[in-house]
Design a binder for this molecule. Structure first.
Ligand code: URA
Length: 427
């Protein structure tokens, strides 16, 4: 029988953990037999020493085994999900789920609430009056199987990889989130336990993402693709840029409105490009052949699915979205070309305005956030608004302005635009 100190020492000294050591440690920690300080020593040793593919697979399996697996085998259409590793202004799930449902797949999208500066999909949707994130497994299956809906975006139940919930909270306060093996195992344990048939990953890379370099993002993507494939889930990953915010907004209701613009056939070009690229991958992974997801935006079927999806979860798709009580403009200091808008600076500003939370369980402001008036490459003139800050609590403006300070550059010549999609991993 392993014991916590010898497991920690094995990894501390740079050795490979055995399957028994991993399964025992994850199980004993979930049951409260291994103390937080012991698990934090192990996660720090893993962060510093790494894990090989076999260890990562075993760690993932142990987290899946800590709870129960969902079963969508009764659903008549192929299931396909998407996961993003998180970015600023990343509202892609909102238009994507109804688009892919309109193409004929069932989309079980288990999502999270935001912690820190990256927003949470559930926080965004909760700005829609009466919309409910918590569904039972039966409600999820019924909505997914309904040919007029076919997509759910909801919270994961407490029994889905509970080891990961406990471990993620610990990693968050012990400086051990940024470990590729543990991020891959954390994400993939939930996606495999969810029981989706296929999965498309959007691995973010840049200043506003966990992975700052392309090499790191590629390594995370290929680790997750391998874990999914080994578990029988058709998995592919796109590596995408997260140096600058996606779209024109970062916030909750602000991002829902932008998603509605996309579903209505408009919206920012970067959001449309990435949404459709991911939708094409999801349609292919679901085995749906030659369907063009863009057609669902043109013919209104994606918007119909959105309305049905919101109504199926108690929300009123026709209700007005909340707006913040106060706004403040940040203006350009000179004429020129906007050469940099930093994702992290905008994300922290939106968070400080009240769009995100500093502690689990804290309330967020539906109307808070940042609206951009210019994007990288745009010509700007002195005095024109670059950003509008939105909040219900004007005393938050100073903190947001401090976060945003230094978060953009105005130059004389436009730099070459970066591609949004940097790589594709998986076959
Ligand atoms: N998202 C997760 O679900 N887990 C991580 O470890 C990091 C991001």
């Amino acid at each position: 029988m392993p014991d916590a100190v010898s497991v920690i020492a094995t990894k501390r000294d740079g050795h490979t953990l055995s399957s028994d050591q991993i399964s025992w440690m994850v199980d004993a920690y979930t049951r409260g037999e291994v103390a937080d300080e012991q698990m934090s020593a192990l996660t720090m040793a893993i962060l510093l020493r790494g894990m090989d593919r076999g260890e990562i697979r075993q760690w993932t399996e142990a987290m899946i085994a800590s709870g129960s697996r969902m079963d969508f085998s009764s659903i008549s259409r192929p299931t396909v999900d998407k996961h993003s590793t998180g970015g600023i202004g990343d509202k892609i799930t909102l238009p994507l789920a109804p688009i892919v449902a309109a193409c004929g797949a069932a989309v079980p999208q288990l999502s999270g609430r935001g912690l820190g500066y990256t927003g949470g999909t559930l926080d965004k949707l909760e700005s829609i009056p009466d919309w409910r994130a918590d569904l039972t497994a039966e409600e999820m299956t019924r909505i997914l199987d309904d040919p007029a809906v076919g997509a759910v975006i909801c919270a994961a139940g407490a029994d889905l990889a509970p080891a990961d919930k406990k471990l993620y909270a610990l990693r968050d306060v012990t400086g051990t989130v940024e470990s590729i093996p543990m991020i891959a195992a954390s994400i993939m344990s939930k996606k495999i336990a969810e029981g989706t048939g296929a999965l498309v990953l959007d691995v973010k890379c840049g200043s506003g993402a966990f992975m700052k370099s392309l090499d790191q993002a590629r390594e995370l993507a290929s680790t997750m693709v391998e874990l999914g494939t080994d578990a029988g889930v058709r998995t592919i990953a796109l590596v995408t840029d997260m140096n600058t915010p996606l779209g024109w907004t970062a916030g909750n209701a602000l991002e829902v409105q932008e998603s509605l613009d996309v579903l209505a056939g408009g919206g920012p070009s970067d959001i449309v490009e990435l949404t459709l690229a991911l939708a094409r991958e999801m349609v292919a992974a679901a085995g749906l052949g030659d369907i063009d997801p863009a057609a669902t935006l043109r013919d209104g079927t994606a918007m119909d699915r959105w309305r049905a999806m919101i109504a199926a979860q108690g929300g009123d798709p026709a209700a007005a979205l909340p707006t913040a009580r106060e706004t403040h403009d940040v203006t350009a200091e000179r004429d020129g070309v906007l050469t940099r808008v930093d994702a992290m600076a905008v994300g922290i500003a939106a968070w400080r305005l009240g769009a995100g939370r500093a502690r689990q369980g804290q309330a967020v402001q539906a109307g808070a956030g940042v609206r951009l008036h210019a994007k990288e490459g745009d010509r700007v003139t002195k005095g024109q608004p670059l950003f509008t800050l939105h909040t219900d609590t004007p005393e938050k403006f100073d903190g947001a302005l401090e976060a945003l300070g230094g978060g953009w550059d105005i130059g004389d010549v436009a730099e070459t635009a970066r591609p949004l999609i940097l790589d594709r991993i998986g076959s």
